[in-house]
Design a protein around this ligand. Structure first.
Ligand code: XMP
Length: 512
């Protein structure tokens, strides 16, 4: 694809992903590469600029990630951030030292240069965001210090002629007041990007590329009803129409009416060829008597593959399998730099069970917010595009203890009420994930004139940016009160409702 490209060279910093998202927000396409990528390979990508990320190391450790100093002479504009800035100083002969105390959090940035392109339009003093122990004690020859903070003598430096820029602070972090402006200046004023990266262009290019790759062959997509698999399927459908078959396995552990809604949207609204497999009985009978969380997950995973395999075979030879992999998954498992790697717990192993020639991953380069934009572009209804994440094993991990059809129905009803109340309160997009859990606990209550001995439903709502850590959502009491009263009144078998006020860690988002 022919886009203006910025390469983000990953030195293991926790904000690498965030930098990439910010660059995309400026309307510029970017890709993350490991610092191990050779300079020739980078040059061959023809980038308009390169950003060196932060990282946990010290430039003087022999084992620390480094890079060829030739990069600085390559003529490609470079922006070093935090460790990236120190590395630039180090490679060009400046001095980096270790401070007695780390500088972490907000700091007042003072811009020293009137004509720096990087700070064009920035306030003379503003709040920036620091997270470092080493600092640039002396800028390399040829570089001018352009900003400072009370404890950091070189918070930014540049060599305008060689188009080399460095900032000790983190412009990508939301608390950095002029951060977006600084990044935008680098991209547009230094690198000369036009900032025209948008989803309609991406869709057009991707549809063309998919047509070339798929030709007249057949494609299968395992549709989950989630945002990623639906948008991936819709894109492939635009490219090759009915050569695509979507298979939707209803394991009976979906949210209330979800199976019907997925079918309506995909088959009726989006006109995709879709096979719905109603396998509720199969799954529930295999789960009978099982209460250990991992055992439940394992059974569902295995059964899913079995159903997929059996039904897939009936369709004859399928050449490609569509997967809804998105860019954060690629970065997390691909650049070989980052310390934290999330284990993906999707219903797995699909490519192995049927003999596909290849997989198709049309969202591989997109962030979640871009997938949503693309979904809207492709005419997918907002209710689906903004759907909150839902785990592959479904309600099985939200019913503590043994799963029975009655418990599934009870939880579906309680969950639907909670979601409706969140929607009525206009909180859907503020709370990243919210759902009900059926605990395995019953307790005494009183309803009308009678004593009850019924289940406790727990409500969970979290705010998070990456689902790896999360805080419990501060849902207003009156919203919780309404949901609670409706649940005990409308759902038979429930006489008590609790709200989960634990963060992750130490808890997880799901209960199992
Ligand atoms: P936890 O419970 O690990 O969840 O804090 C983090 C995020 O992952 C989702 N989740 C899953 N997603 N298959 C999935 O596709 C799974 O088995 C699974 N388990 C948890 C969870 O809903 C939350 O968004």
């Amino acid at each position: 694809m022919n886009h203006e490209l910025i390469v983000i060279l990953d030195f293991g910093g926790q904000y690498c992903n965030l930098i990439a998202r910010r660059v995309r927000e400026c309307g510029v396409y970017c890709e993350v590469k490991s610092y191990k990528t050779p300079l020739d390979e980078l040059k061959a990508m023809n980038p308009k600029g390169i950003i060196l990320t932060g990282g946990p190391n010290s430039v003087y450790d022999e084992t620390s990630p480094s890079y060829s100093a030739d990069l600085m002479e390559s003529g490609i504009p470079v922006l070093g951030i935090c460790y990236g800035a120190q590395l630039m100083a180090h490679l060009l002969g400046g001095k980096v030292e270790t401070a007695l105390t780390s500088e972490f959090g907000g700091a007042q940035l003072t811009v020293l240069s009137q004509d720096s392109l990087l700070f064009d339009g920035a306030k003379e003093t503003s709040q920036c965001w620091m997270s470092h122990t080493d600092y640039i004690a002396q800028a390399p020859k040829g570089m001018t210090v352009t900003a400072q903070t009370p404890v950091c003598p070189c918070a930014a430096m540049e060599d305008r002629d060689r188009r080399l820029y460095a900032v000790q602070f983190h412009p990508e972090v939301a608390h950095c007041e002029d951060g977006m402006l600084i990044l935008d200046n680098f991209l547009k004023k230094v690198c000369g990007c036009s900032g025209d990266w948008e989803m309609s262009g991406y869709a057009k290019d991707m549809i063309k590329a998919l047509r070339e790759k798929i030709g007249d062959k057949k494609v299968l997509c395992a549709l989950s009803g989630g945002v990623d698999s639906t948008v991936a399927a819709a894109l492939v459908h635009r490219a090759v129409g009915d050569q695509l078959t979507c298979m939707f396995v209803d394991h009976g552990l979906l949210r209330k009416d979800e199976g019907d809604s997925v079918e309506r949207i995909c088959s009726k609204q989006l006109n995709m060829k879709m096979i719905r497999i109603n396998a509720q009985d199969r799954f529930l009978s295999r789960l009978k008597g099982v209460s250990a969380p991992e055992e439940k997950r394992k059974i569902i995973g295995e059964e899913f593959i079995r159903v997929f395999e059996e039904e897939g075979r009936k369709l004859g030879k399928m050449n490609f399998l569509v997967q809804g992999t998105i860019y954060p998954d690629v970065i997390e498992s691909g650049t070989d730099t980052s310390a934290v790697i999330k284990s993906h717990h999707n219903v797995g192993g699909l490519p192995d069970v049927i003999d596909f020639d290849d997989i198709v991953e049309p969202l591989r380069l997109l962030f979640k917010d871009e997938v949503r934009k693309l979904g809207i572009e492709l005419g997918i209804p907002e209710e689906l595009v903004w759907r909150q994440p839902f785990p592959g094993p479904g309600l099985a991990v939200r019913i503590i203890g043994e799963i029975t059809p009655d418990k599934v129905a009870l939880l579906q009803d309680a969950d639907a009420i909670f979601r409706e109340e969140i929607k009525n309160a206009g909180l859907e997009r503020e709370i990243n994930q919210y759902f009900a859990v059926l605990t395995d606990m019953r307790s005494v209550g009183v309803m009308g004139d009678g004593r009850t001995y019924d289940y406790t439903v727990a409500l969970r709502g979290v705010t998070t940016s990456d689902f790896m850590t999360a805080d419990f959502a501060r849902i207003p009491y009156d919203v919780l009160a309404k949901a609670s009263s409706r649940i005990v009144n409308e759902v038979k078998g429930v006489n008590r409702v609790c709200y989960d006020i634990t963060a992750k860690p130490p808890a997880t988002i799901e209960w199992e």
